[in-house]
Write a new protein. Structure first.
Ligand code: GAL
Length: 418
């Protein structure tokens, strides 16, 4: 009898130890206060489900540095188990043969992702040219074309939220005359491009944006409208302070939070910083879409999963994919992150007025032809073309290049990278 009990105990231990223990290494660029608070929700969920999380943060907003680090890991044949990746780049990595759809699609099928996501968002996350198995999971929808303004600064200077670019310029001039930094900006290439695309969609219109930055039409890029967009960028540059070049985006957000500057133009991850600082929209700050004709520049944060023969990592990938698309997770995470849930069935009741505006505007934009992918955040183009556009935008912003020269350089840069 004693022997049988010992044998049973041994068997129990052997089989337990052969069950995969979920492990994951995640490469990401969420290192600001708001971003880290949002990511913690996922890390905590993962740990609560018995998973072991190995963190691989790469500092630098917008992901340019993270993408370089990721590429190096992939080239070295040592990809992480999961990483942040956007839009068309998901397909690029799939074509390189490093993406692992096998177990993610299983999760997607059993959780019914096709019924939980808008078909356009779902397709972004399917490998084999957007129509095969799921190989990535979306966690949110960020909007790019936002203005974040310090309410006390605006009120004290008799400024109301601008509804046209002329009004925005007039507001900035008023602040400047009062000795206040109007425009809090971090002069980094991706931040310049973030502002540029909001200006392009707003001043040029939705069709101009699509022709130039989605379809990359040469005559659009060289057009008078592009010249006007660069003119507006030059005006905005005049509203920044001397410390702008190289500044991180969250430091710029901090200037608005503290009332050292009037406003910032940035995606709604900036709201994550206001939230982390305990600030309330409508009370401490204004969130308003930058002027446009029912436009909405969307940016979806996704994670992809790389091939691995390690059963623990495969189990980790499955668990992470399941958690990321969880209903409660998509609510709590996005409350911190500033974005809105990718899942369609999450109630917006607990979200603030900025998120509710975003959720309403994305539907209006969809109905009126204004829903457009952000190129600055890798939703419209892959990394190479994104860089081709971004390089010229930042060169213009940080020099005295004329608007006409910039428009032509933009077209040349795109053609050279086609
Ligand atoms: C974006 C990303 C956001 C936020 C931002 C700043 O590309 O989609 O989630 O992290 O960069 O780092």
């Amino acid at each position: 009898m004693k022997k049988i009990i010992i044998a049973l105990i041994t068997l129990a231990f052997t089989s337990t130890s052969s069950i995969a223990a979920p492990k994951i290494e995640v490469l990401h660029w969420w290192t600001s206060g708001g971003e880290a608070a949002a990511l913690k929700v996922l890390k905590d969920d993962f740990a609560a489900n018995g998973g072991e999380w190995l963190d691989m943060p790469v500092t630098g907003g917008g992901g340019d540095a993270a993408n370089v680090a990721l590429k190096a890991r992939i080239v070295a044949g040592d990809p992480p188990s999961a990483s942040q990746i956007k839009g068309p780049t998901i397909q690029e990595y799939d074509q390189e043969g490093v993406v692992a759809p096998y177990n993610i699609d299983e999760v997607a099928k059993s959780e019914g992702w096709d019924n939980l996501l808008d078909p356009m968002i779902a397709a972004i996350h399917k490998c084999e040219n957007n129509s095969g198995p799921y190989c990535a999971a979306p966690v949110n929808i960020h909007r790019i074309d936002w203005m974040w303004a310090n309410k006390a600064v605006f009120d004290a200077n008799g400024i109301s939220v601008p509804t046209t670019w002329d009004e925005l310029n007039a507001a900035a001039e008023k602040l400047q005359a009062a000795g206040i930094i109007p425009f809090a900006h971090g002069g980094q290439a991706w931040q310049d491009a973030t502002v540029f695309e909001a200006v392009a969609m707003g001043l040029g219109g939705n069709n101009y944006y699509k022709n130039c930055y989605v379809d990359l039409k040469e005559n659009c890029l060289r057009s008078e409208t592009t010249v006007k967009v660069f003119d507006q960028m030059r005006k905005l540059q005049g509203f920044t302070d001397e410390g702008s070049p190289g500044r991180d985006w969250n430091v710029a957000t901090g200037m608005v939070i503290e009332g050292k500057a009037g406003f910032q133009i940035m995606g709604d991850w900036a709201k994550g910083e206001f939230t982390a600082a305990g600030k309330v929209p409508g009370v401490d700050y204004y969130c308003a879409a930058t002027p446009s004709n029912n436009g909405y520049l969307y940016n979806v944060d996704s994670f992809i999963f790389y091939k691995s023969s390690d059963p623990d990592k495969q189990a980790g990938q499955k668990l992470l994919a399941k958690l990321m698309m969880g209903k409660n997770f998509q609510k709590v995470f996005n409350l911190y992150k500033g974005s809105i849930p990718a899942r369609l069935d999450v109630s917006m009741d607990e979200f603030d007025k900025c998120a509710k505006t975003s959720n309403a505007d994305i539907k209006t934009a969809g109905a009126k032809g204004g829903l457009v992918p952000s190129f600055a955040h890798g939703m419209a183009q892959g990394n190479t073309m994104k860089a081709a556009l971004q390089d010229i935008i930042t060169e213009h912003f940080n020099s005295d290049m004329s608007s006409v020269d910039a428009a032509n350089a933009l077209a040349d840069s795109v053609l050279a990278n086609m």
